[in-house]
Ligand binder design. Structure first.
Ligand code: AMP
Ligand code: MN
Ligand code: MN
Ligand code: MN
Length: 283
């Protein structure tokens, strides 16, 4: 086992989490995290705060983000770790990726209005700590708060997934662009929570081989959204494709997330932990 309590995937109010970067740093540290990364969706606005908070606590820090990518007609998430947050291509790439979210949210609200749910754009915006980063999670919180659904999972199931009234298909970054932005900024690209995509084996193989072809180097093996069996499956794939392995809770909120910061199984010891590739980038 790789016994380093690394948690390299979570979200703050800068995207769709409910805690500030400082609150997350304190919670990660209290839970025993030794190496941490804040990975807000398509955003790096919280990176300097997260890095200083981690440093003040004596906890290692790697820069992070989770880029939304369109691949084979679906959305895939690519985590970037240890990149230079001032790199121009990276900064502009993230800006263009999140740029379509406002119009998308208005279309989502129009879809929800057709089934009698009104005012959801303004409602969701109230939950967004960052108005540039309005996400489905913010709509979900609004629909729970107004009593339409009992929890966010029910909202996604009934309203926000493909074929449902609030779902809007959207063109995110391409896989090649996302991986290249991360690489050019000296970071490592990681396929996030691979078991969460509904790909056929052929599509999944294409995702992994194209990702590697573009310069992608790692896969999340241990994550809050993998079962033990799924972690074993992707550990095998990491060995087969010679990819490094990452570990991250994908923590969003104390009340919504079932996996807390740092509270994850260890990475299998024979895999290369992603932080081995990033020793020189740890702050
Ligand atoms: P967006 O980037 O706007 O498409 O929102 C994606 C986010 O929605 C993910 O990062 C999760 O935080 C959240 N999400 C996606 N699916 C679900 C689900 N089934 N239940 C709860 N949250 C979900
Ligand atoms: Mn999220
Ligand atoms: Mn994700
Ligand atoms: Mn995430």
């Amino acid at each position: 086992m790789s016994i380093l309590n690394a948690d390299l995937h979570c979200h703050s109010v800068v995207s769709d989490g409910t805690l500030t970067p400082e609150e997350l740093a304190a919670r990660a540290h209290a839970n025993g995290v030794q190496l941490w990364a804040l990975t807000d969706h398509d955003e790096i606005g919280g990176q300097e705060r997260a890095a200083s908070a981690a440093q003040a606590l004596g906890m290692g820090y790697l820069s992070g983000t989770e880029i939304s990518v369109s691949f084979a007609g679906r959305t895939v998430h690519i985590v970037g770790l240890g990149f230079d947050i001032h790199n121009t291509a990276m900064v502009q790439g993230l800006q263009s990726t999140r740029g379509g979210r406002h119009a998308r949210a208005q279309d989502m609200a129009a879809g929800l209005a057709k089934v009698g749910i009104h005012g959801s754009f303004e409602g969701a915006l109230q939950y967004a700590g960052n108005p540039d980063l309005i996400s489905r999670t913010h709509f979900a919180r609004f629909l729970v708060e107004t009593g339409v659904c009992k929890d966010t999972h029910e909202v996604f199931r009934r309203f926000l997934t493909e074929g449902k009234p609030g779902f809007v298909s959207h063109r995110w970054a391409s896989l090649g662009d996302a991986v290249r932005w991360i690489r050019q900024a000296d970071g490592v690209a990681v396929i996030a929570h691979p078991a969460r995509y509904d790909f056929t084996p052929t599509e999944e193989y294409a995702l992994f081989t194209e990702f590697k072809g573009h310069g992608g180097q790692a896969v999340e093996v241990v994550t809050g959204s993998h079962s033990a069996a799924e972690a074993i499956e992707y550990a095998d794939l990491a060995r087969e494709l010679d990819l490094a392995a990452s570990r991250g809770s994908d923590f969003h909120s104390p009340t919504e997330s079932h996996t807390d910061l740092g509270a994850l199984p260890w990475l299998p010891g024979d895999l290369t932990p992603v932080w081995e590739l990033l020793q020189h980038r740890i702050q």
